[in-house]
Design a protein around this ligand. Structure first.
Ligand code: HEM
Length: 197
């Protein structure tokens, strides 16, 4: 047994460590930086994930907790990236998160916000495809105010929330579910491409 960290954000890190490693490996198995075609499939998954979370990023109850939440959503950047990459906006995939509790919503947003950290590495590789935060890889761009600062502010709020043990457990399950969902969307995005080929 590993010790349970004192901070909620650290506990969420811990429970999502294995799913993150698996997703990282799955992303890399598709070599998204070998061609714009493969990268576009990755953007399809990112777009679908962000589009599914749009309602949470714009939820007044959640904005009352995280004031800049709406500006943190990257659905619009991902949509513009798809246009840059001459890729159609994909149809929604059944199974999106529906009416999560507050604690669950925070678990999902934790994963979406955390993915901006890995994006710092990904955008550097996108340069080889002549993509950037103003063309094709906008959704991987550095958020206003900086990645580290944005993450620190988000986790500070998350860690300060009063949640019951049951709610905490629900937030952890939600974070794991978010990784499962992204994995499903990634598989869908690359499978849809194979079907067209
Ligand atoms: C949908 C969710 C996520 C996706 C698709 C994702 C994807 C990735 C990928 C592909 C890398 C490897 C980058 C490289 O080596 O070139 C990476 C690295 C990283 N990710 Fe994520 N990630 C997600 C969520 C998260 C979350 C929730 C956190 C933090 C809580 C996080 C933190 C990091 C960090 C710090 C790195 C840098 C390298 C490392 O320490 O392993 N990511 N991510």
């Amino acid at each position: 047994m590993t010790d349970r960290p004192a901070l909620r954000s650290q506990r969420l890190n811990q429970v999502t460590h294995a799913p993150h490693s698996e997703l990282d490996a799955l992303v890399k198995s598709h070599a998204p930086f070998d061609s714009r075609e493969s990268f576009a499939r990755f953007v399809v998954a990112q777009y679908l994930f962000q589009a599914e979370l749009k309602a949470l990023y714009n939820d007044p109850q959640l904005i009352a907790i995280v004031p800049d939440l709406a500006e943190r959503c990257r659905a619009e950047q991902a949509r513009l990236d798809l246009a840059d990459l001459n890729t159609e906006v994909p149809a929604a995939v059944p199974g999106a998160v529906q009416n999560p509790s507050l604690a669950e919503a925070m678990g999902w947003i934790f994963v979406s916000e955390g993915s901006k950290l890995g994006a710092a590495f990904l955008i550097k590789r996108a340069v080889a495809l002549e993509l950037s935060d103003s063309f094709g890889a906008r959704h991987l761009g550095e958020p206003a105010g900086g990645r580290a600062e944005g993450w620190k502010q988000f986790t500070r709020i998350l860690d300060g929330l009063e949640l019951s043990p049951e709610e905490d457990a629900a937030a952890e399950r939600a974070a794991v579910a978010a990784f499962e969902r992204f994995t499903e969307l990634l598989k869908h995005a690359y499978a849809a491409d194979a079907a067209l080929a």
